[in-house]
Design a protein around this ligand. Structure first.
Ligand code: CIR
Length: 274
């Protein structure tokens, strides 16, 4: 199946995206530190519990391993209480790893810490100030990137990403993130040319070429569902979303990630996958 659509100023074509996407082989995770509750959050969902997040993080790692990924587990970085949200520190593509410049001042050092790890897997390039990028704003579908312009990712950073990846034949569309922390707080790829998306983002022209599963307004958090090689990992406690996902015919695993949610994080945030 071929689909054609317009994104931003350019046209693109998706050729059976789910089938051409390279399967993930690796994941990198970082353990939450005992001071993880000192990270940034906009939620008020009660006090985060260290023992529980360690259990939930372990279940997350075990799930990635169960799905066949080789998981490199890094130690907590106590100077950076948000550092287990590793997704924000880099954009790892088959051709290159882009070390981000995270938008939050307290998170900048996390990117420096991931660079030596990723240099074992990929050639490295860095986002340079004044550009800022959080990996949570980068949604990859094969050779296409959606870049969220958010509180954390600015136009300069997104333009740097565009320049870097255009050499490898990617096209890039910018999406204003008017709600939620990052783009992937509201839209994620599920395989089969399908996006899981909140009601507001579902209306954007950029996403209209895709099949869209729209989460209920009471379940927006579940839009952060993670596609791993044709299995969906979805946060526990969002029954309407789970029911909608079943129609895709993919295996679904639900995980309790209540403690990461208290810190504004979700399933995609807690690993780098490539
Ligand atoms: C932050 O505010 O930066 C962290 N507490 C949460 C980051 C979540 N990351 C993500 O969605 N990619």
């Amino acid at each position: 199946m071929h689909r054609h659509g317009r994104i931003g100023s350019g046209t693109f074509r998706i050729d059976n995206t789910a089938e051409v996407i390279v399967k993930f082989k690796h994941a990198i995770t970082r353990s939450p530190g005992e001071n993880f509750a000192q990270g940034i959050t906009t939620w008020d969902l009660g006090s985060p519990d260290y023992k529980r997040i360690l259990e939930q993080h372990r279940a997350y790692i075990n799930t990635l391993k169960y799905l066949g990924l080789q998981v490199l587990e890094l130690e907590a970085l106590l100077d950076f209480p948000d550092a287990y949200f590793l997704e924000d520190t880099a954009v790892v593509l088959p051709e290159i790893a882009i070390i981000t410049n995270p938008g939050a001042v307290t998170r900048k050092g996390e990117a420096l810490a991931i660079e030596p790890v990723l240099s074992g897997f990929r050639q490295i390039v860095r986002i340079k100030p004044p550009g800022t990028v959080d990996g949570g704003d980068v949604l990859q579908l094969n050779k296409h990137l959606f870049m969220g312009i958010s509180q954390r990712t600015n136009i300069e950073g997104a333009e740097q990403i565009r320049q870097i990846v255009s050499k490898f034949g990617y096209d890039v569309a910018f999406i204003n993130v008017d709600a939620g922390l990052h783009l992937k707080s509201s839209v994620n790829y599920l395989g089969k040319d399908t996006l899981l998306v909140t009601q507001d983002f579902a209306k954007l022209d950029s996403f209209k070429p895709f099949d869209r599963i729209v989460v209920d307004s009471s379940e927006e958090y579940a839009a952060n569902t993670l596609w791993i090689n044709d299995t969906l990992i979805t946060p526990k406690g969002f029954p309407n979303t789970k029911r909608k996902l079943v129609d895709l015919g993919l295996p679904i695993i639900d995980l309790d990630i209540s403690e990461a949610r208290k810190m504004d994080g979700g399933l995609t945030c807690m690993s780098l996958r490539f």
